[in-house]
Write a protein that binds this ligand. Structure first.
Ligand code: SAM
Ligand code: SF4
Length: 363
């Protein structure tokens, strides 16, 4: 038997499919289950939603310059995304992250934040986003008002020209202005930086110092082999074990148990009082503690960023206004969550491990 918990009650799960029953009659009353446990005993409490596959940047490791985006008619409406997210929250998800593509380029997305924000404290603990920062000057205050407390902003370099080289269409001053707007709005900022060999690998000391000055945490990420891009991924790949050893020569890094619900391993940085995280999908398998699933803007649920198996929730969602079938489909999908990803860089053929881009599944 696998067990989950609700308000101190232990709930037994089916021995065969390991998914919990949809509802239990306890003390004569109907009790909604608020935990989803996968076949490996991991509690699924975190949903990332890619609200659009579109973006105003074209980062070299993420997209080809000439991308074919989904026709708008394929996208779920904001109301449908809200209904799906709410269903997940009812089933035990406590943290929602909106991502993309660039989430803040989706028209009306603040309305979605506002409506999801109403669920904070009602089952939902945290509502957050990952953004390239280009629209933060415009939206930071509204995000804070919606209940967002933390934001991840992706910045791979603080060099203006290199920023253009990496993002192709991005402008660093605009992003930095957005980051400062987020800080002024009271949002806790974490900077996400993809470590790119020969590109930004000698900038991390400077970025850590800059983050320290502003009270931002910094999280370094290894490139993942997702989707066709224009260049050769092997040329970009930089193991973070190397980066950490280099940084440890200049900074006092102490491992900490701090966790944000994501896959990063964190260190306290004594000199700055901030944290430094490492996301190392290739050099260290981070799957054993995985609590996440990912929903695309077309309603496809990926149980793992690094696997192809997926569940179509759009069809179920549109088939009926009754959420029962939707809940069943989500539970059935969770019961198929794999143990871990299969990322390997194919050094000979230079193929991505998976054909879909990060902007589809949501980073
Ligand atoms: N547009 C937003 C942004 O850039 O923050 C949100 C979506 S983006 C896909 C989310 C994160 O994924 C970003 O931090 C980005 O740097 C990272 N990312 C994209 N492609 C990646 C890849 N192939 N390997 C590692 N990280 C990647
Ligand atoms: Fe856009 Fe984010 Fe991908 Fe860069 S990493 S192209 S900002 S989705």
């Amino acid at each position: 038997m696998v067990q989950s918990y609700r308000l101190g009650q232990v709930i037994q799960h089916c021995d065969h499919c390991r998914s919990p029953p949809r509802s239990l009659a306890l003390n004569g009353g109907k009790v909604n289950i608020i935990a989803m446990i996968d076949p490996f005993g991991r509690s699924i409490t975190y949903l990332r939603i890619s609200v659009t596959d579109r973006c105003d940047f074209r980062c070299v490791y993420c997209m080809a310059e000439d991308m074919n985006f989904l026709p708008k008619s394929d996208l779920l409406s904001l109301e449908e995304l809200e209904r799906l997210a709410s269903t997940f929250v009812r089933l035990g998800v406590r943290k929602l992250r909106l991502t993309g593509g660039e989430p803040l380029v989706r028209r009306g997305v603040i309305g979605l934040f506002n409506r999801l924000g109403l669920q904070l404290g009602q089952g939902l603990d945290e509502l957050t986003l990952t953004t390239n920062g280009s629209q933060l000057t415009r939206f930071a205050e509204e995000l804070a008002a919606a209940g967002v407390r933390r934001v991840n902003v992706s910045i791979d370099t603080l060099d203006v020209e290199k920023f253009v080289a990496i993002t192709r269409w991005g402008r660093l001053p605009q992003v930095l202005e957005g980051v400062m707007a987020a800080k002024s709005a009271g949002l806790h900022v974490k900077i996400n930086t993809v470590a790119l060999k020969d590109v930004n690998e000698h900038e991390f000391d400077g970025m850590l110092a800059w983050c320290g000055e502003h009270g931002f945490d910094l999280c370094l990420i290894e490139t993942m082999p997702l989707g066709e891009i224009d260049g050769d991924r092997m040329e970009q790949y930089l193991p973070l074990s190397v980066v950490r050893a280099r940084l440890a020569q200049n900074w006092t890094l102490t491992p900490t148990a701090y966790a944000t619900g994501g896959p990063a391993r964190y260190y306290d940085v004594a000199e700055t009082g901030t944290r430094l995280g490492f996301i190392t999908p290739l050099t260290h398998n981070f799957c054993e503690g995985c609590n996440r699933v990912r929903l695309t803007c077309t309603g496809t649920l990926y149980m793992c960023l690094g696997q192809n198996d997926a569940a179509d929730l759009r069809g179920v969602l549109r088939a009926s206004d009754d959420d029962t079938a939707l809940e069943d489909a989500i539970r059935a999908a969770i019961a198929r969550k794999p143990r871990g990803h299969d990322f390997v860089i194919d050094r000979d053929h230079k193929q991505p491990a998976l054909a879909r881009h990060m902007s589809v599944t949501g980073g």
